[in-house]
Design a protein around this ligand. Structure first.
Ligand code: ADP
Ligand code: MG
Length: 566
């Protein structure tokens, strides 16, 4: 007698749920996709405790009649495709027929739906149908999902704090709103409205509600076309740039996707306008024949395969580059940016050297005397000079040292800030508090963010649903460009999924250190360079910058000797 048996329906639904329904955000994604596929014009999402307690999605789409409503919860039942042809060119966001049975297998779920006065109310709890009865309502669908993963503890324990789960949902809903400016979206968490768009196809208005008014004011709408693609999007003036790629959003046929390759085209187009290792804010929607895109790569449908990908790459690259060259003058722009950057980083600028000696460098000198009680970590180095405006060359008895001036200064500042952090004297109140715009996803986690910044003497308070104010900063933080500094810190904070205070605190300090460091292409005097070498030698961990990149490389004299075939 064999031991293989067919899995029962509940078990196989739970396995499918394991693939796509990994957290409340995924429930919202599937249900909102269903509402969009049902041609809804208004979609409302209500969450409680970041969706851990409950999620409700209400739409004014085509609804379901009673026979469809019960079928919808069975596996592999769908109204969206019925042949192979449609699988490879889906015109809907969903098509696998797995979302509803998966969600219902791991939650307590109530569906109320109505089509042409034929309404149904179905209650399914953890895969078991509890009740089906008639229901009277206008056409549309209302789904309430409660107690997600309550009976699957292995899943439940992977959920993070309610605020974090909420922030993921807000982020997702902002993307939906940007991908479909013609649909009205509303999101609220325990009656607090977090997103509300009008559905009047005003892209800049939607942009303002998710990225803030300042970004919307800097944005330009554009359209690019060739035989296969129509791309619509907005790019934001490159004076705005971010430390990570979260400001780049790509949609294909209004579907939210991830594409490293297309993202690269956008980054490339901006590269002449923004500093290295920084990212633009740019949102594009590529419309194309559905046959050109394969969505069937992974059940969660974030990844897609695109034929003619290279053609799309060049359409984006050339089109955005042209837009930028017409509307932004690269050289002037770069100078403006360099200026802005050097404002924060002129610590070692020759002209400011003398003035700064009394203020900023005082701390540096102090730090040298302070740390000199320790022994230097590498030997005394003779300065040779600066190379390519980026590197300091120096030699010891045995080695040639090439020091990355930016990374070295970052390391020095990092250790300096760490040392001084607990000194309360080092904080001052800003004469005028500065307002910083942010997303409502961010505001959801504001208290957490605040608790990390407070011990660093950065005092912030909530101001509106999408902004907060900075009241006081530590003296070593330059207040010029505080906006950009805070943006970088927020970006880092938002990508951290594990709430590890220590890691985040270090990331904030590393950002502080980076903002105070000398940039590449800055000429240094011999005094500057000697300072850097000496300070670096007294660092506790001189060989890496706080982001983990090396600060120096060494070439051994004996290997040089060999290279010259001696
Ligand atoms: P899929 O979306 O892949 O078809 P789902 O399990 O998400 O699978 O949904 C099953 C079916 O239920 C859909 O094909 C659709 O016919 C119907 N359905 C689900 N949600 C809605 C909704 N909000 N409005 C109308 N019909 C819906
Ligand atoms: Mg679906």
């Amino acid at each position: 007698m064999g031991i293989i048996q067919r899995l029962d329906e509940q078990l196989s639904n739970m396995i499918a749920a394991g693939e796509v329904i990994e957290r409340p955000m995924a429930v919202v994604k599937e249900l909102v996709e269903n509402a969009l596929d049902a041609k809804a014009r208004f979609i409302e999402v209500k969450i409680n405790q970041g969706g851990i307690e409950s999620i409700e999605v209400i739409d004014d789409g085509i609804g379901m009649d009673s026979s469809d409503a019960t079928l919808a919860f069975e596996r592999h039942t769908t109204s969206k495709i019925n042949n192979k042809e449609q699988l490879f060119a889906p015109e809907f966001l969903g098509f696998r027929g797995e979302a509803l049975p998966s969600i219902a297998s791991v939650s307590d779920c109530v569906l109320k739906t109505s089509k042409d006065d034929n309404g149904t109310n179905i209650h399914i709890a953890y895969g078991k149908i509890m009740q089906v009865r008639p229901h009277s309502a206008s056409t549309g669908t209302h789904i309430r999902v409660e107690g997600l993963f309550r009976k699957t503890p292995a899943r439940f324990k992977h959920l993070k704090s309610a605020n974090y789960e909420a922030s993921l949902i807000i982020d997702l809903m902002e993307k939906f709103a940007l991908s479909r400016a013609d649909v009205a979206f509303k999101l609220s968490d325990e009656n607090k409205v977090l997103l509300n768009t009008s559905g009047t196809n005003q892209m800049l208005e939607v942009l303002a509600s998710s990225f803030g008014n300042r970004i919307a004011r800097l944005a330009h709408e554009f359209t690019l076309k060739d035989y296969d693609f129509t791309i619509q999007g907005v790019w934001v003036d490159p004076q705005e740039h971010r430390s990570n790629n979260k400001g780049i959003l790509i949609f294909i046929n209004n579907r939210i996707i991830r594409s490293w390759y297309l993202q690269k085209a956008i980054v490339e187009a901006f590269s002449a306008y923004i500093p290295a290792h920084r990212y633009p804010v740019c949102i594009v929607n590529l419309n194309m024949d559905a046959h050109l895109v394969d969505v069937n790569v992974h059940p969660s449908k974030w990844e897609v395969r695109l034929s003619k990908e290279q053609q799309a790459y060049f359409l984006l690259l050339d089109g955005i580059s042209k837009q930028l060259s017409e509307k932004v003058h690269p050289k002037e722009h770069v100078e403006k940016i360099e200026e802005a950057f050097s404002e924060q980083t002129k610590l070692f600028d020759v002209n400011h050297y003398i003035e700064d000696v009394q203020s900023l460098n005082l701390e540096v000198n102090e730090s040298i005397t302070h740390t000199k009680e320790r022994h230097p970590t590498f030997p005394y180095l003779d300065l040779i000079g600066q190379m390519h405006g980026r590197y300091i060359l120096a030699s010891s008895e045995d080695d040639l040292y090439v020091i990355d001036q930016h990374a070295a200064k970052e390391r020095i500042n990092f250790e300096l800030i760490l040392e001084k952090m607990n000194d309360n004297q080092d904080q001052f109140d800003l004469l005028l508090p500065i307002e910083i715009e942010c997303s409502s996803a961010f505001m959801e986690r504001f208290e957490e963010f605040k608790s990390i910044l407070n011990p660093l003497h950065i005092h912030i308070e909530p101001f509106s649903l999408t902004s907060y104010i900075v009241r006081a900063i530590p003296i070593w933080l330059n207040q010029n460009n505080l906006q950009r500094f805070m943006q970088d810190v927020m970006d880092r904070f938002l990508v951290e999924s594990k709430i590890n205070q220590e890691v985040l605190r270090e990331a904030v300090i590393a950002t502080m250190a980076c903002h105070r460091s000398i940039r590449f292409n800055q000429s240094l005097t011999n005094i500057d360079m000697r300072h850097i070498i000496e300070e670096l030698a007294y660092c506790k961990q001189p060989y890496h910058c706080p982001h983990g990149r090396p600060t120096l490389v060494k070439q051994n004299a004996s290997s040089l000797w060999k290279d010259f075939e001696r």
